[in-house]
Design a protein around this ligand. Structure first.
Ligand SMILES: NC(=O)c1ccc[n+]([C@@H]2O[C@H](COP(=O)([O-])OP(=O)(O)OC[C@H]3O[C@@H](n4cnc5c(N)ncnc54)[C@H](O)[C@@H]3O)[C@@H](O)[C@H]2O)c1
Ligand SMILES: O=C(O)C(=O)C[C@@H](O)[C@H](O)[C@H](O)COP(=O)(O)O
Ligand SMILES: [Zn+2]
Length: 379
């Protein structure tokens, strides 16, 4: 686990990647400090702020104001909100705007938004002029605990989730926990699924802490900041050890092999399923699949699923509204997973609460059989 430095109500986590190391600043009031934090690290730059139509009216003017006060001129690129924005056409729009504004390689792209904006803007920053500066200002719980950290950027393909992208690290992450107060309950819950993920991967004590403190995390206050910082520290440690997912970073994919297949099968329609909900269902499936394979007790699997249900997250495929999925459709999406190696499926499975492991060479027949049972399960 990477250290968490505390200063007043704020915390700092450092992602150690040699010359590409960077800080994650977490806490209330960080947005107001954004201009000075950026200018201190990169004086005299200009910025293109990529955001979405929901976040722009809430935070864009304030963001541009604090940048201006720190001597940083900025332009804004406002994209539609939702998962469908992680597309080639939206990437083209962002790239073209940055070029039209004549931003230089040393200038910065700023992602002001959730994981959709972070993944899209980060990809654009990674490819324009072969790599510009990039700063993440995550505004969803999911983005603060996960997507803004670690440098996975990219967009979706109709053939599968996040299939087009690059590893490209930000130079700074500014996570103002106050902005989470405007998030809808559904989106806050979805982000909480990724919080639970860190407990279920390899921190059973964090999972237990969440069982006890989830109400306080949802209510706001110090437990929320504590949860965000613990997740960032956990992710920073994994990323520092395996930046490009040759080994243990795959653990961060707990619940994602199933979850990504569900998102793709739902055509990235955020009205039906958002990423965190897909991860919640995916983690429930990974625990049930592990139980079916005899790896984990039914009791432990049920405990993991029960916590997700307690906070109102979906844990069954049948809870996804709209047309039913078939096993063939889901298996087709699973076959495109980036962890597939020499045609063999990889899943993150578990031997107990918080004892996940990377399971390579999982039989496609066993997965299909399991999914057939899950598709029959009642909502
Ligand atoms: N790169 C990574 O490591 C990584 C990790 C996890 C998830 N992801 C990706 O992140 C995406 C999901 O991110 P997300 O859950 O943040 O979704 P999102 O970016 O779509 O944001 C969710 C919704 O909340 C709105 N919103 C954002 N901030 C708000 C605020 N402060 N107040 C009110 N509304 C606000 C957005 O407009 C959007 O409608 C997925 O595409 C997923 O694949 C990437
Ligand atoms: O950072 C990682 O590594 C993760 O796997 C974090 C996930 O929560 C995230 O959804 C990521 O985008 C999934 O990556 P992918 O490589 O499976 O597309
Ligand atoms: Zn995720």
């Amino acid at each position: 686990m990477t250290d968490i430095q505390a200063s007043g109500a704020s915390k700092t986590v450092r992602v150690e990647l040699g010359a590409r190391s960077y800080d994650i600043l977490i806490g209330p009031g960080i947005l107001a400090r954004a201009g000075e934090e950026i200018a201190r690290r990169a004086p005299g730059i200009r910025a293109a702020i990529v955001t979405d139509e929901t976040v722009a009216p809430l935070y864009l003017a304030r963001m541009q104001d604090v940048l201006r006060q720190a001597g940083i001129a900025s332009s804004a690129i406002v994209m539609p909100a939702g998962e469908a924005t992680k597309s080639l056409s939206c990437l083209g729009e962002v790239v073209d705007s940055v070029l039209a504004d004549r931003l230089e390689r040393g200038d910065t792209v700023i992602a002001l938004g959730g994981g959709v904006i972070g993944d899209l803007a980060g990809f654009a920053a990674g490819i324009v002029r072969r790599g510009m500066r990039f700063i993440q200002i995550p505004t969803t719980l999911l983005a603060q605990v996960d997507s803004s950290v670690g440098g996975k950027t990219g967009i979706n393909s109709p053939r599968g989730k996040n299939l087009i992208g690059v590893f490209y690290q930000p130079q700074l992450v500014l996570a103002d926990t106050e902005v989470l107060s405007t998030l809808s309950p559904r989106e806050f819950r979805a982000g909480y699924a990724e919080v639970v993920k860190y407990g279920l991967i390899d921190q059973p004590e964090f999972f237990e802490w969440l069982e006890q403190h989830h109400a306080a995390v949802f209510a706001g206050g110090p437990e929320r900041v504590e949860a965000v910082a613990r997740c960032c520290a956990a992710k920073a440690a994994v990323v520092a050890g395996d930046e490009q997912e040759h080994g243990n970073r795959a653990l961060l994919n707990l619940g994602h092999t199933f979850g990504h297949a569900l998102e793709a099968a739902a055509n990235y329609d955020s009205a039906r399923l958002v990423h965190g909900e897909g991860v919640a269902i995916g983690m429930a499936l990974a625990h049930r699949f592990s139980a079916q394979l005899g790896l984990i007790s039914g009791q432990d699997a049920t405990r993991a699923v029960r916590h997700l249900q307690t906070v109102g997250l979906p844990t069954e495929i049948s809870q996804i509204p709209g047309p039913r999925f078939t096993v063939d459709l889901l298996m087709d999406k699973i076959a495109q997973d980036k962890k597939v190696s020499k045609g063999k499926l990889t899943f993150i499975l578990t031997r107990g609460l918080g004892q996940s492991f990377v399971a390579r060479d999982i039989s496609a027949e066993k997965v299909s059989e399991f999914l057939a049972g899950q598709l029959d399960a009642p909502a």
